[in-house]
Design a binder for this molecule. Structure first.
Ligand code: NAD
Length: 307
């Protein structure tokens, strides 16, 4: 297709200023402009956070997220719209966020932050804090996020196991299990970290049975998508003391409703779907977009294509 005008949809503003990306791409031989919903018509392609029906008139849309569960893939295919995503850029950001959660729990830092709000000088129980070497993290999903988590936790001395459908080895993981051994693998872990995409296969992959298979001194971390987890089952497990705690970046409903019991739990860390935030985000996304504009010019296959 002929690419003359690329729109940076204003919805990316939730993650970075749209004008930063437009400026980053200004040296391309095409017209790049920040557009709102009314401006989509004038473009051939768009970079976006959200999905809009008006995109069906375009030739190409690029999602600034790795997950594309919110885009109607069959509909896009019917309308001959190419969809590319931003998988491949969130290894360090999410890996370091997960390392942060793990260190907060092991070094009790979340307690100090909570106590500071109340000007309370309270030390942990003598046996609450621990160090990471000798502990095991089971990472469910060994793609970009999973590999970034394995790299950062591995550097902290954590033994890292992975779950992938094939069970074949992956660099950075001490051991990889096939998906049908999930319960066995998570039963052995101090930390269980979810990094799989949301698909029909992974919807509510974590439910009462999986939480039951985890140790009651284990921590659960979800940086993937809320609906990979049966949230009421997680809340039940936490309330019953069947898990030590959880760090959650994603939820079945976002923003997490004020009424959610998760907000008030001492051993739960809630972050606002921001595990991948970085001041470099527009550059990381921009490199993928730039690469595909180049490929379009030379007639090469797109990278990161999902439809
Ligand atoms: P990726 O494409 O690099 O890796 C996904 C991996 O999951 C692949 O290795 C794939 O083979 C594997 N997988 C797919 N289905 C599976 C299954 N049923 N069982 C086991 N493994 C399976 O994507 P990524 O960048 O690692 O991102 C993964 C997901 O994390 C995204 O789809 C998105 O939903 C979420 N995400 C969240 C944030 C955040 O801000 N919290 C940031 C980036 C990505």
């Amino acid at each position: 297709f002929e690419l003359e005008r690329l729109g940076v949809h204003e919805s990316v503003d939730a993650v970075f200023p749209p004008a930063e990306l437009a400026a980053f791409l200004a040296d391309l031989s095409i017209d790049v402009a920040v557009v709102d919903d009314d401006g989509i018509d004038d473009c051939d392609a768009a970079v976006t956070l959200v999905y809009r029906e008006a995109f069906l008139e375009l030739d190409w849309i690029h999602s600034i997220q790795a997950g594309f569960d919110r885009f109607p893939r069959a509909v896009l295919e019917d309308h001959d719209v190419i969809l590319t995503n931003s998988a491949g850029i969130h290894d360090r950001t999410v890996g370091e966020t997960v390392a942060g959660y793990v260190l907060m729990f092991s070094r009790r830092l979340h307690d100090y932050v909570a106590n500071q709000q109340e000007r309370r000088w309270v030390r942990p129980e003598w046996d609450e804090g621990f160090t990471l070497p000798g502990s095991t993290a089971c990472v469910v999903g060994t793609g970009t996020l999973g590999s970034g988590v394995a790299e950062t936790l591995g550097a902290l001395g954590v033994r890292v196991t992975g779950i992938r459908r094939s069970g074949d080895p992956v660099p950075g993981f001490d051991e990889v299990y096939a998906s049908d051994r999930l319960l066995e693998a998570i039963g052995d872990a101090d930390f269980v970290i979810v990094t799989v995409p949301l698909t029909d296969e992974t919807h509510h992959l974590f439910d009462a049975e999986t939480f039951d298979a985890m140790r009651d001194d284990a921590y659960f971390v979800n940086v993937a998508r809320g609906s990979v987890v049966d949230e009421p089952a997680l809340i039940d497990a936490l309330e019953a003391g069947e898990l030590a705690g959880a760090a959650l970046d994603v939820f079945e409903e976002e923003p997490l409703p004020e009424s959610s019991p998760l907000w008030g739990m001492d051993e739960v860390i809630v972050s606002p779907h921001a595990a991948a935030y970085t001041r470099d985000y527009f550059r990381d996304v921009g490199e993928i977009v730039r690469e595909n504009v180049k490929r379009l010019e030379t007639g090469a296959e797109f990278t990161n294509r999902v439809v």
